[in-house]
Design a protein around this ligand. Structure first.
Ligand code: 3AM
Length: 180
């Protein structure tokens, strides 16, 4: 079985800007530079045959480039955050692609978790159940206006995720163009 997910890789200048915003984070574990992405569908542990089927179907997906914007930071988990993330804003084509990919995965017999799609880039993760310090609140307040200019993305990718003690390593298994 392969732990896998579908995501949009981000341009280098966006990654660099997100890496800069991670600086000064007083607690939590920052997501490594190479691991910053916009998840579309978490696939979980997938067998070789289902992965092959999915790859064949994804190779036939035709969709155009998508314009994204990063606008603001937010938390999953509120006062006891699980993660800090950058909000991604896009037109309806992002949600349409996400819905389509989720249905494609289900048709390939992959048991996709049912979760509302909140477009985001995870920047840091926190110890479950722990609170955060005043320093962390200050970090958030100082970056309240964080936003980046719009940019276009021209592909999405199938990633594998290998879990290690010091964090996951993501590898690109295949890429699919968003060029119409
Ligand atoms: O884009 P993010 O970092 O939010 O959180 C995991 C990460 O998304 C998510 O899949 C992405 C690549 O690992 N993920 C991990 N386990 C998950 C699960 N059981 C999950 N999403 C849903 N259910």
């Amino acid at each position: 079985m392969t732990r896998a997910f579908l995501a949009i890789p981000l341009p280098d200048d966006v990654i660099d800007a997100l890496t800069r915003v991670q600086q000064g984070l007083p607690e939590g574990r920052a997501v490594a530079h190479d691991n910053l992405h916009l998840t579309l569908v978490f696939l979980g542990d997938v067998g070789a045959e289902a992965l092959e089927d999915l790859h064949d179907t994804l190779s036939a997906v035709r969709a155009g480039p998508i314009t994204l914007r990063i606008d603001g930071l937010d938390l999953f988990g509120g006062e006891r955050p699980r993660s800090l993330w950058a909000r991604v804003v896009a037109g309806p084509e992002l949600g349409a692609l996400q819905t389509r990919l989720e249905s494609t995965a289900r048709r390939a017999k992959i048991d996709v978790p049912r979760r509302r799609f909140v477009p985001h880039v995870t920047l840091a993760r926190f110890r479950p159940g722990g609170g955060v310090s005043d320093g962390f609140h200050r970090y958030l307040v100082d970056r309240a206006g964080f936003a980046l200019p719009a940019f276009d993305v021209h592909r999405f990718s199938l990633y594998t995720s290998t879990l290690y003690e010091d964090g996951p390593v993501y590898d690109v298994l295949a890429e699919y163009p968003l060029t119409g």
